[in-house]
Design a protein around this ligand. Sequence first.
Ligand code: PMP
Length: 294
Amino acid sequence: YFNNETVLYLDGKFVKASESSTDLYGQTLHYGYGAFEGIRSYETEHGTKVFKAEEHYERLKKSCELVKIPFNYTVQELVEATYELLEKNNLKNAYIRPLVYCAPNMSLTKPTSVSLMIAVWDWGAYLGEKLLRLTVSSYCRPHPKSIHIEAKICGHYVNSILATTEAKEKGFDEALLLDSDGFLAEGPGANLFFEKDGKLFTPQLGNILPGITRSTVLELADELDLEVEQGKFTKEDMFQADSAFYCGTAAEVVGIASVDDYQFPTNWNDSLGKKLQNAYSLLVREPLKQNPFN
Ligand code: PMP
């Protein structure tokens, strides 16, 4: 993720990653009490574009607010810092990882002081280019009354790591998690859509991370006049579907071949997911209409 030349943004300054360190007594390290984002930038005909930068930093702000972590930045200053950071690291197509983490404090009270870092690196297709073979996880997504499921909080990702590890140990590419009531929820780092009889279905908000890519896919589906139903769906609903896909910033739009023993019958190239994958790929590379520094 970094070499001797890599530059980080840390508390308002650009510093060398190789010369940066953190303390061992922070609440983020011990308790997973921190918030982060995952953003991508793309090379366009008119320069680098950070896709939906404002939406991602707004979500970071909201994540912090929901769990009472101070957020001392404006979205605009972080967007500008991100563009500058990409330039300093000579990156155009990049993955961008902002992290808000807490200063030393071993108590279980809200932090007095926090830091914000942004790292950038070159990251190819997160789940690969191939169609995915999924397995339904034995782990369910955390109950929304236990945590703020709509926030992107570090500690929530223990659940994602457990599900991914279990899926890979069973020989699958990726997990699919149900919610605590047994309805379809999402992947460890992506949202789910499936197609049946020319219509799309996706789990409603409430038990999932409200993905920014999920919103983009809903907008694209609307532009393409595709019908989408958001609701509570079961595994059995999905086991009658024609095709399915995951979407997320890191994964982008990626087709699903099968879930456990069920193979989706429609050829991916003929699916609505493929149409949306193409539309997404074009949209993220569309030049910005407005200067991001305004
Ligand atoms: N669900 C989970 C659990 C995730 O970690 C992610 C990745 N942030 C997503 C869905 C997709 O969200 P987004 O499209 O905003 O990247």
